[in-house]
Design a binder for this molecule. Structure first.
Ligand code: HEM
Length: 366
């Protein structure tokens, strides 16, 4: 514990003179006889600055999480500290989403009073926002061509270089993949878990097939065939889980991000979350999904804000505005593979029972 080394003054500690002297509305700077200072520009600046401060806190926690996952193995005690930090990021995200309510007290007409003064500046140039995206696992290469142009083209050279070089460091998504690959779940001594799991799936799909046939008395032949065809699609989705080639194809077409081994081990964690040793790994995966979902919610809220303020006008950074932001919300997902694992979940009653020695074997550090 640190000891007090001298009297501290509140305003000095928090650097308040600097902080509170950093709101400089352009409409004040350029005020003349016709156009005075716009009252709501102060709100616009304060809200953006508060966002940037919270981005700073997110990065602070994210950096600590990345450091933990960069180790050759992650002791359980450190995993709980990762969960605590992920939970904090979630709380901050809730504030980030809520702050749009405050900004929306500014009407579109009031925004129009000073909007032109901002061109060509834009949230596009928020380096911290991009840093969060990259550190989580979104690279410029993942973006559609037109978005990539905007992403890089609107930044100063030094910011662009900084972000480009950041992309070569391992992201949380990459480190999660390596960590998941390390957990030795796929083959346990003489117990081939995945063979047992496949048997359960075959049983479930067989039951589904029987159910369709049993309930088809009142269905036309076409309706029955549609249901059977849908069942075939489900079967082939399950098969793709174990088919290395199919998995590679999904990665190449950017429909999957994590390796097959990582996906199978993540699925094991989700299926056996009730085993006490898997409780923390399960919390890690859940928190990552929550963070992904919160960012997506933020993006949709921000897209709606842009539509409310601008309608179909283009943004100050030159994008198509609302349309661009909505597309970014749909496409820029990081932990999407974890969400899609729900496809492969089965009821607890159909889970293969783990032999006693396998349960004991689960007691290890990864
Ligand atoms: C009146 C309020 C706002 C409007 C009308 C607005 C509008 C827009 C538009 C149209 C874009 C797309 C780029 C462009 O063409 O400029 C954009 C991007 C962005 N804005 Fe805002 N924005 C507002 C407030 C905010 C606030 C408070 C933040 C918080 C930091 C923010 C952060 C961002 C970020 C990070 C991007 C880049 C998003 C991406 O590329 O996925 N914006 N904004």
């Amino acid at each position: 514990m640190h000891k007090n080394k001298g009297a501290i003054y509140y305003g000095d500690y928090l650097q308040l003179p600097k902080l509170l002297d950093s709101q400089l509305p352009l409409s004040r700077k350029y005020a003349d006889e016709t156009n005075g200072e716009c009252h709501d520009e102060m709100l616009f600046i304060v809200v953006h600055q508060v966002y940037e401060l919270w981005f700073k806190q997110i990065l602070h926690d994210l950096n600590a999480i990345l450091k933990t996952f960069q180790q050759d193995y992650v002791p359980e005690s450190q995993l709980s500290s990762v969960v605590q930090k992920l939970e904090r990021i979630k709380k901050v995200q809730a504030l980030l989403i809520g702050q749009f309510d405050v900004l929306e007290t500014m009407t579109p007409m009031d925004f129009l009073e000073f909007r032109d003064l901002l061109i060509p500046a834009s949230g596009f140039q928020s380096v911290q926002f991009r840093e969060i995206e990259i550190k989580l696992g979104l690279n410029t290469g993942d973006r559609q061509h037109v978005d990539r142009e905007f992403f890089l083209g609107r930044l100063s050279e030094s910011d662009r270089n900084k972000l480009t070089s950041l992309e070569s460091s391992p992201s949380l998504l990459k480190l999660l993949e390596v960590w998941l690959e390390r957990v030795p779940f796929t083959n346990m001594r003489n117990f081939n878990f995945w063979a047992e799991y496949q048997k359960s799936i075959d049983g479930i799909l067989h039951d589904d097939h029987e159910t369709i046939l049993k309930n088809s008395a009142h269905l036309s032949e076409t309706q029955k065939n549609i249901q059977l065809e849908n069942l075939e699609i489900t079967k082939s989705t399950f098969r793709s889980l174990f088919d290395e080639k199919a998995h590679e194809e999904l990665i190449n077409s950017k429909q999957r991000k994590l390796s097959q081994k990582a996906i199978l081990n993540a699925l094991f964690i989700l299926l056996y979350r009730d085993e006490s040793i898997l409780a923390l790994p399960f919390q890690v995966l859940t928190a990552m999904m929550d963070i992904d979902e919160n960012f997506t919610t933020w993006r949709y809220r921000h897209a709606l804000l842009a539509q409310r303020m601008l309608g179909t006008k283009i943004g100050t950074g030159g994008s198509s505005g609302h349309q661009y932001l909505k597309r970014a919300a749909d496409n820029n997902r990081v932990f999407i593979d974890l969400f899609n694992l729900s496809t492969f979940l089965i009821p607890r009653s159909r889970l293969p029972v783990l032999p006693k020695d396998v349960k004991e074997q689960l007691n290890f550090n990864v």
